[in-house]
Write a protein that binds this ligand. Sequence first.
Ligand SMILES: [Zn+2]
Length: 147
Amino acid sequence: MAQPLSPGWVDKESCAFCGHDEGAFVRVRTIPYPICRDCLPRLARFILDSPRNLVARFWAIRKDGDPLGVGFPRSISAKDVQTHASLARAYGEMHLPEDALAEAATAILNGAGLEPVEDALVVIFEKKLRYEDGLWVEELRAALFPV
Ligand SMILES: [Zn+2]
């Protein structure tokens, strides 16, 4: 059963992942902490490029196979960002988590506009696609910033 996030994360005015407290943050409706602009591409590349078994520690995907980004166009034009964010949403609703995550990460990596990036982040942090665990964010942070 899920543990609530520790109170320290709620309304914290620093990035959930790197801890920086200056610059631009993205707030996602479904999670109670901000993510900075620098950590967005880091998160996207983690999802697209990491070995499956590592990504599968955080999202409900198959552990075997190529990294999620293999076979996906890495670079998309700015006008296509919303399309990919919407595709991520649709795949998420169809419960195709591999496709949903790859599309969302692609949108984030290329997302100049805030709105589609937020849509894509909603998919990435959607409860049904990830493992519910009180330490989820802390463990993801450790994976994004390996020592
Ligand atoms: Zn950050």
